[in-house]
Design a protein around this ligand. Structure first.
Ligand code: NAP
Length: 313
């Protein structure tokens, strides 16, 4: 096995993403030591029971001391608070990164409070499931998924390459993007689908004329696939909506216009228009399967912690 890339990695936040990182770091020997910090004592205790790290602290400053790589994996709305608490304890030259699903807001919260003598490189692994907490993680989560960096203009290329190598060894492909572009792309590929799912499941839940037991009993006809997205962590997704507001509102406006056009086609019996759209969208799914981001199984390949789940966030 290759030599560890880092002496000490500190993981701040040990939910789905943080605990998956802890597991893959161990499996691939990416660090000599892993230190873990999280907000609640109960979560920290669970991480200890799962033996996810070598040292545990409720104090993030204590956890990041001497770390060569710090990965912040908390809901995006808590990024600034975490950055403030770790800033005085960071080792000069350390790489500090995050995994947050929105990038402009995370940069605005973290960059001003982090010391200038560390390398802050915002990141976002496009991998996840609807589960959360330290038990939900698994070492294969990042396998064949993308990790996008949104480096700042003065980012040290050597530090970016080292972080890229870390994510490659975690199994991911890496890419870089401008933060605003990232937020726009993610608004359509991730944030809007989740909002639509939350909305449709909410609508079904509110219906008076169809009972809840019917919704559940007949869910395999399509509804079930929305419920997977709509079961995602409420804190995480509240924060995503609040912290990528502009891009999400832009995509929602386009979505509403297209939905109105679809509504018109149904009302006026425009079968040709419906058929053309459904043919175009079918081809997109084929491209996703060809790109290795989904498997062609009748149940969408989703069996519990199957890596094929990893399409979220
Ligand atoms: P998660 O399973 O809910 O875990 C969140 C972790 O953050 C928990 O350990 C929680 O600790 C901790 N935390 C919450 N507030 C905190 C605070 N103020 N200070 C310190 N720790 C705090 O969430 P996740 O799915 O791992 O998501 C983490 C980040 O990854 C989010 O920014 C999300 O946008 C991003 N992301 C998620 C996915 C996905 O599909 N889930 C995919 C890609 C990226 P306690 O239990 O101790 O409160």
């Amino acid at each position: 096995m290759a030599d560890p890339l880092f002496d000490k990695i500190a993981l701040v936040g040990i939910g789905l993403i943080g605990s998956s990182l802890a597991r893959v770091i161990r499996r691939k020997n990416l660090a000599r030591r892993i230190s873990i910090s999280t907000r609640r004592a109960g979560t920290l205790e669970r991480a200890r029971e799962l033996e996810l790290g070598d040292a545990y602290s409720i104090d993030p400053a204590e956890a990041v001391a001497d770390a060569d790589l710090v990965v912040v994996s908390v809901p995006v709305g808590s990024s600034g608070e975490v950055a403030e608490s770790i800033a005085p304890a960071l080792k000069p030259g350390a790489i500090v990164t995050d995994v947050g699903s929105t990038k402009r807001s995370v940069i605005a919260q973290m960059e001003p409070v982090l010391p200038k003598n560390v390398h802050f490189i915002p990141g976002h692994p496009l991998a996840g499931t609807e589960k959360s907490g330290p038990d939900a993680g698994f070492a294969d989560l990042f396998e064949n998924r993308w990790c996008i960096f949104t480096p700042l203009p003065d980012t040290d290329p050597a530090a970016l390459e080292k972080l890229s190598e870390f994510w490659r060894r975690c199994g991911s492909n890496v890419d870089t993007m401008d933060p605003a572009h990232h937020d726009m792309v993610l608004a359509i590929v991730s944030h809007l689908p989740h909002i639509i799912a939350y909305n449709i499941v909410g609508t079904a839940d509110d219906l008076q004329t169809v009972t809840k037991s019917e919704v559940i009993k007949y869910s395999a006809s399509g509804f079930r696939d929305f419920t997977r997205l709509a079961a995602s962590d409420p804190t995480m997704w509240r924060d995503v909506c609040l912290h990528n507001k502009d891009a999400i509102l832009e995509m929602l406006a386009r979505f509403s216009e297209d939905l109105a056009s679809l509504q018109r086609a149904i009302r006026w019996g425009d079968g040709e228009k419906l058929f053309d759209l459904f043919t175009r969208t079918r081809a997109i799914r084929r491209s996703i399967i060809e790109a290795g981001q989904e498997i062609d199984a009748p149940d969408f390949g989703r069996h519990g912690a199957d890596p094929a789940d990893g399409d979220k966030g």
